[in-house]
Ligand binder design. Sequence first.
Ligand code: AMP
Length: 551
Amino acid sequence: MLYRDLAKVYSDLESTTKRLEKTHIIAELFRSLNGEDISEISLLLLGRVFPAWSDEEIGIGSKLVERSVVKAIGTTLDKVEDAIRDEGDIGLASYKLFQNKKQTTFFSKPLTVNFVFDSLRKLPKISGSNSTNRKISIILELFSQATPLEAKYLTRNITEELRIGVGEGIVRDAIAEAFNIDKNVVERAQMLTNDMGLVAIVSLEEGCEGLNKLNVEPGKPVKPMLAQLAPPLEEIINEVGLAICETKYDGIRLQIHRNEDEIKIFTRRLENITNAMPEIVKLINDHMPHENFIIEGEVIATKNGRPLSFQNVLHRVRRKYDIDKAMERVPLKVFLFDLLFYKIPLLDEPLLERRKKLEKIVDTSSDDLKLSTMVYGTPETIPEVEQLFEDSLKEHHEGIMIKDASQPYIPGIRGKKMLKWKAEPETLDMVVVGGIYGTGKRANFVGSYLLALRGEDNEFKSVVYAATGLDDDMLINLTEKMKEYKISEKGLKINVEPKIVLEIAFSEIVKSPEYETGYSLRFPVIKRIRSDKGLSDVDTVERLISMYINQ
Ligand code: AMP
């Protein structure tokens, strides 16, 4: 396929906000493609060239792209920067600038998607002396043959900021529609492999049967199974029959993989954080069998046996330098609770079996690597479960998890099979879509944040402005992020791309025509920045309404 045809599809997708329309456009495209094209294009539609499980990225900043545009069209950096300021983004600016570009290569071949894809994949591999110039020359080769529309999307592909409103959900639905496969089968395959290219090509070549054969592989992270808030305890236990009830630790979820000699640690957002936690790698190497496996657990920070706040663990995760010092200051402890792979995939086994196997293979002689504290929940043992809840709170943990012991591991799904029961009032994970700069001494900071929840169509809908709960560090940190994700600014108001997830406490939900959801929160307080959570973790409008009805 020619890149110019993909650019036309990008443009069609950008011109509609309707999810169904986007799905049809992509489904129609998929039906017309062959093997290699479909796997590359399904990634390119998501604005990437590496699958989600991979931590590789193109890694080209906007400055380098600007310099390449300058060379490609023979203009000055000032003119390119002016165009970006006028148009609001490098893609639109390039569209305008490339209209004045002289055609230099009359007999050149048009760009193919495959050539663009391979070139983008080459970029992160270039390092060492003269690497900047070598990167620019690869980008220039793409630009030399580009039409204005191609330039618009090439610049966005290079910076991995595609902005056409297409997420994994739409591409998955399009695959299901194009090849007449059950949406749930496509979704499961994607959650297991985190490789849309693979899911697309298997769908095209082998259909539903092929997708069903895909499974987890140590070394490639899986989307974690998610939890819902629990209804009253007796109700659940009676419904479930046998539950595994465990302490809920307030840290960060880890998925730890061993593949031959290599141990890798991933967050729930599939980020590879192995380098930030060398002591955990050693613990796992020393206290787990030298076989291939995937385990899950929660890592918390502790001091003198007492859990430290969640922010401490987050700092450890983000730390890139002086890891030794950080290890001393913030010691970590891991509580394991699930086994997804041990020599073979175990996702389809009931939790009860997975837990028993996990218990058999972990050597718990170290204080820093333990199994989560658990009791079996049955109608007869409800007092024991309540005791576990009380003990967990006494030990300064968050509450308990209640898991249906008969259930398989269902990646990426928030469901009734895994429930959480916390002591603290409920909070909402919300995404920032805008803000207002402060005045006076706070004029350089965004002081108030417009927060949104996920609607049915996966669009984010506003609920409330929150301004309290921020200490100075958080304020500086958030303002920097707001500038990074800025879409537009007018007066004191700023609009940003939905990227930053905040956990919000509040006193009450009220009806309010002022906001897109029709609801708002009274006394919203920003509890913490949840950089461990992604857009798919943002709470839904549906949950807000059900909380409103129940309050
Ligand atoms: P939440 O983030 O509030 O939806 O709660 C679910 C999270 O609790 C999981 O993603 C884990 O990070 C964390 N967690 C803490 N302890 C456990 C446990 N014993 N089992 C499962 N998840 C746990």
